[in-house]
Design a protein around this ligand. Structure first.
Ligand code: NAD
Length: 354
């Protein structure tokens, strides 16, 4: 077991990074965490309420492509683990503007790897890990059957997933070429608190509350596997502490849903919570033109993680989705803040001014 003393978490003001910091600090109260985040449209310090009080936590606003800054942080804080969440993460945005995806996801990862390599090779710390957080989307699309395993060839189909696959291969190369102690996790779709409302589940919750149309791509029959973000955070912690250097682990919820079924479920749960008539929210569903290159099905085989590192999701989907809906209802201030300004502009370009 490896217990890092000082973590550099990148992208810790985003959805998954912030949830990871909340849960890691709760589980490891004596740890030190530097959160490096550029605060793009997706980064929000309000995701970290309460965390600022932890004596070992500090925030640095900066870019992962800034090699000088990364080198300074690694050296000054004796970092022995980099947990790399920072990314451009939204497929639709990668279709309209791929360049920033290559810059942040590929060049940013290479910058972190290179500075980490120098820091690790300098012998400044006794042991070291570089953990790359990635996605099942690097494997491409599945037909009606079968699962992605860690040995499924990478076959990314969107500029987003291609940039993540590029980063994953660089991580692999740093292990193979320099022997650097790297780890790579690939997770299915996450849901839960602090999820930016451009993504399916929070978008639906937000629009239902506001009685706005619910845009569903194509025929709504695309299949995704869903995992609660805190279960993902727990899996990342297990991999960081227990996995062998150079290893890759899939993380999934064994919880496949057609998009339309998720939307119907959220509609029905919110009929009850908002005191609306049964079926009322479903009337808001509007099918929109499919996303180009839309992968039909993703499904993760996470057996390796279960068998080797003894990890399983702690929540069922039924409790997780109810908790998530309740969180959004209780945190309308957070939603109002993140949906103002730049997000409105983006939403209008994507779906029109409805
Ligand atoms: P997010 O978009 O919510 O957060 C990304 C964070 O990275 C933001 O805080 C942003 O400010 C920061 N960032 C962006 N560019 C940066 C830069 N150049 N320098 C420093 N910080 C920068 O994304 P998320 O959904 O939390 O995803 C986190 C990671 O997990 C990503 O690497 C993503 O590929 C991966 N992932 C996401 C999912 C999912 O369902 N959301 C599933 C599997 C894997």
């Amino acid at each position: 077991t490896f217990i890092p003393g000082s973590l550099l978490v990148t992208g810790g003001a985003g959805f998954i990074g912030s949830n990871f910091i909340h849960s890691y600090i709760a589980n490891n109260p004596t740890c030190s965490i530097i959160n490096l985040d550029a605060l793009t449209y997706a980064g929000n310090l309000n995701n970290l309420k309460g965390v600022e009080k932890h004596p070992g936590y500090s925030f640095v606003k900066g870019d992962i492509c800034d090699a000088g800054l990364v080198a300074t942080l690694l050296a000054e804080h004796n970092i022995d683990a980099v947990v790399h969440f920072a990314a451009e993460s939204h497929v639709d945005r990668s279709i309209t503007g791929p360049e920033i995806f290559v810059r942040t996801n590929v060049l940013g990862t290479q910058t972190l790897l290179e500075e980490s390599r120098k820091h690790w090779q300098s012998g400044a710390v006794e042991d070291f890990r570089f953990l790359q957080i990635s996605t099942d989307e690097v494997y491409g699309s599945l037909g009606d059957s079968g699962y992605f395993t860690e040995t499924t060839p990478l076959a990314a189909n969107s500029p987003y997933s291609a940039s993540k696959a590029g980063a994953d291969l660089l991580v692999r190369a740093y292990h193979e070429t320099y022997g650097m102690p790297t780890l790579n996790t690939r997770c299915s779709n996450n849901y839960g608190p602090y999820h930016f409302p451009e993504k399916l589940i929070p978008l639906m919750i937000h629009n239902i509350i506001n009685c706005r149309p619910l845009p569903v791509y194509g025929d709504g029959r695309n299949v995704r596997d869903w995992l609660h973000v805190r279960d993902h955070a727990a899996a990342v912690e297990v991999v960081l502490k227990k996995a062998a250097s150079g290893s890759v682990y899939n993380i999934g919820g064994n919880n496949e849903w057609h998009n339309i079924d998720i939307v119907n479920l959220v509609c029905d749960l919110l009929d009850v919570r908002l005191g609306r008539k049964p079926g009322e929210n479903r009337e808001l569903i509007t099918f929109v033109k499919d996303r180009p290159g839309h992968d039909r099905r993703y499904a993760i085989d996470a057996t390796r993680l279960k068998n080797e590192l003894d990890w399983e999701p702690a929540r069922t989907f039924e409790t997780g989705i109810q908790e998530t809906i309740d969180w959004y209802l209780a945190n309308q201030d957070w939603v109002a803040e993140v949906t103002s300004g730049a997000y409105r502009e983006y939403y209008t370009t994507q779906y029109g001014d409805k």
